[in-house]
Write a protein that binds this ligand. Structure first.
Ligand SMILES: *Cc1c(COP(=O)(O)O)cnc(C)c1O
Length: 387
């Protein structure tokens, strides 16, 4: 039976233990996994998932979560990592070696940029940065030694939406792999594989967990050979996740789409209100025309989630905007997002971007699950502190 994504999030093919039929999947803890006999030990292949061999290489709990995440992204294979950043590192260590070239968008998640810097400085990989709006123009940057292009849709903080089909077409014409950080859309509003990407990465820390209490990441693929390469890095780096954390993510998955849609509706309402305010110069939300790549978002995405940024009018200094941020009561000042609580973060763009030209101070909002009217009231009151 063909099911919609929402039904798939609720109805899984988990099989409960004999005589204990319940919806929640079991939490299996183990470092050692025992083999029936030596022959079973010798034939058990963690890579084939035909046997459990060691806690680090998977348990029934983590295999269940992997299958669910692969299904959401319309992929075939999935690997879990102890954080989103660990999942990013797994890709780089699996696919790059000394002498290789790596392309990162200029608006890449900053710790990914930091990883690129490390690979450049100490591992003989060249990490170069491209304009996230390059589209098909990325072909000019691809060198014979380019192995991997990271994409992020939209990019972190400044929210440009890249033309993924154009980037993927240019990459695949030269045999270069494309990895997509698809965290912003939770895999719900952007179908990475349909647009041509090879690897989808998710920070499950965000919407999948939904509780501001779990750190986890995932890599999803369709190609078996590519999955196997990533799986070797997963094994060699020892990237296990806890069964309890895997359970917490699974517990939150059935409500993920409904939460995402609630974040989306509330964020668009707050963003629309901000757009009409004289304090705000630009609203960097992919669903709004101010955002670079807005037309691409309309073409490729089916939703938006809760994260966007605004650029304040140039007349406000950083000090004034900091006072505004401090005055907010319903918004916590903190990193990450995807939980029930709204968050806010001011950014020094020149510290994280090469050629940032905008003058106004940029502030990122994560709209949580509070009543958006209360959030708007809070922002309006805090605007009073800008003066
Ligand atoms: C949060 C985030 C990550 C990293 O996730 P962690 O689990 O915090 O390491 C990666 N990419 C994006 C876009 C993120 O927002």
């Amino acid at each position: 039976m063909k099911k919609s994504l929402q039904t798939t999030l609720v109805h899984t093919d988990y099989t409960a233990p004999e005589g204990f039929d319940a919806f929640p999947p079991a939490i299996h803890h183990a470092s050692t996994v025992l083999f029936k006999n030596v022959a079973a030990m010798r034939s058990g292949q963690w890579k084939e998932k035909n046997a459990y061999t060691y806690g680090l290489h998977g348990t029934p709990t983590t295999f269940t979560l992997e299958a669910r995440l692969a299904e959401i992204e319309d992929g075939k294979h999935c690997l879990l990592a102890p954080s989103g950043l660990a999942a990013i590192a797994m890709v780089d260590f699996a696919l790059l070696k000394s002498g290789d070239d790596l392309l990162l968008p200029d608006n890449v998640y900053n710790p990914n940029r930091e990883l690129g810097r490390w690979l450049s400085n100490d591992f003989g990989v060249s990490a170069r940065y491209y304009d996230p709006m390059a589209g098909a123009g990325i072909a000019q940057l691809i060198q014979p030694n380019t192995r991997l292009i990271w994409t992020e849709a939209p990019g972190s903080v400044s929210m440009e939406v890249p033309d993924l089909p154009a980037i993927c077409a240019a990459a695949s014409a030269r045999g270069v792999l494309v990895a997509l950080d698809n965290t912003w859309s939770a895999g719900l509003a952007l179908r990475g594989f349909d647009l041509g990407v090879d690897i989808v990465m998710q920070a499950l820390t965000k919407y999948q967990s939904g509780g501001s209490d779990v750190l986890m990441g995932a890599l999803i693929t369709r190609e078996r050979a590519l999955h196997d390469k990533l799986a070797m890095a997963h094994m060699r780096l020892g990237l296990g996740v806890s069964a309890d954390d895997a359970y917490l993510v699974m517990r939150a998955l059935p409500s993920m789409k409904l939460r995402f849609e609630a974040h989306d509706a509330a964020a668009r309402r707050v963003a629309a209100w901000l757009k009409g305010r004289p304090e705000v110069a630009r609203v960097l939300h992919p669903a709004f025309a101010d955002c670079p790549g807005h037309a691409t978002w309309k073409r490729d995405f089916s939703g938006a989630g809760g994260l966007f940024s605004v650029v304040f009018d140039e007349r406000y200094t950083e000090e004034q905007v900091d006072r505004f941020v401090d005055a907010l009561e319903l918004f916590g000042i903190g990193y990450s997002w995807g939980g029930a609580n709204s968050l806010v973060m001011p950014y020094r763009m020149s510290a994280i971007r090469r050629n940032w030209v905008g003058k106004g101070v940029l502030v990122r909002f994560n709209i949580g699950l509070e009543d958006p009217a209360d959030l708007i009231g809070d922002i309006e009151r805090a605007f009073g502190r800008l003066a």
